[in-house]
Design a protein. Structure first.
Length: 53
């Protein structure tokens, strides 16, 4: 399901969902802005909604 995502987007999504990290912590780990993390999460959620089962 997550195969179509870029590595950074996949990591951000998994850290959020599995480890409960917030956007700030994810941004620090990925060395990007919180705004970028928000975009990554939007991409991940959209991908999950649109993926064919």
């Amino acid at each position: 399901m997550l195969d179509g995502l870029s590595p950074a987007v996949r990591r951000a999504f998994l850290w959020s969902q599995l480890e409960g990290l917030g956007y700030r912590e994810i941004a620090e780990r990925l060395e990007v802005s919180e705004r970028t993390v928000k975009r990554y999460m939007a991409q991940a959620y959209e991908h999950c909604l649109l993926v064919d089962w």
